[in-house]
Design a protein around this ligand. Structure first.
Ligand code: SF4
Length: 210
């Protein structure tokens, strides 16, 4: 029996990839983890320095473990060093930077809200190549829907995970708080890029992250 909801989502991914590519962002629809790792092998050359931004998607998809096992790269492994800030600074000039994204719009924009700003900084400028891994749950209609997604899903879930004392943990919706625990500090929408294919977006046919 044909799974029409899956068929619709696949078609939606293909349409988003077309929109991303009109914005000079390379897109890939990924059907399996095996396929994801095959593509990643082509995107991380031997000898590369590699950084990554904080992301449940990267962990859940097995990308962080894959990077740790990968030979012939220098990984700036922010979760396993004594000085994570210095590691994050090095990542800003890495050859390849891995991250997820809070949302991908149907017209090919990436939307992210960041606490420290290291993730969005690296996405904008610095690393020669940026690899974005995202589940199909990150696709939204437009930037307004992207903002809503962050305020009602991504940020409250991340605050819960990090045990933050913010209003959204109690209400599951953003109160634009003034809490010292606030994680929403930089709001970045990335549209048409000047450098063609510097950013690659792999959209997996599954839900991943928040
Ligand atoms: S601004 Fe505050 S309340 Fe709103 S989502 Fe961010 S941390 Fe939660």
């Amino acid at each position: 029996m044909i799974d029409y909801s899956k068929a619709v989502m696949k078609k939606k991914i293909d349409n988003v990839i077309k929109a991303l590519e009109e914005n000079n962002i390379k897109g890939y629809r990924i059907s399996s983890r095996e396929e994801m790792f095959e593509v990643l092998e082509t995107l991380v050359p031997d000898g590369a320095t590699v950084g990554y931004g904080g992301s449940m998607t990267l962990t859940d998809a097995g990308v962080i473990d894959w990077l740790r096992w990968k030979k012939n790269i220098e990984l700036f492994d922010r979760a396993r060093v004594d000085d994570p800030d210095e590691c994050m600074r090095k990542s800003l000039v890495s050859d390849v930077f891995f991250t997820s994204t809070n949302a991908i719009t149907e017209d090919g924009w990436l939307y992210n809200v960041d606490g420290r700003g290291n993730r969005v900084s690296a996405m904008i400028f610095g690393p020669k190549s940026v690899v974005v891994i995202a589940g199909w749950n990150k696709i939204v209609a437009d930037l307004a829907a992207a903002q809503t997604r962050v305020r009602k899903i991504a940020a409250p879930a991340n605050c819960m995970r990090l045990d933050k004392q913010t209003p959204c943990v109690k209400t599951t919706s953003c109160a634009n708080c003034k809490s010292p625990d606030r994680i929403c500090r930089s709001f970045v929408a990335m549209g048409p890029q000047g450098e063609k294919n510097r950013i690659k977006v792999l959209i997996l046919e599954e839900n991943l992250g928040y």
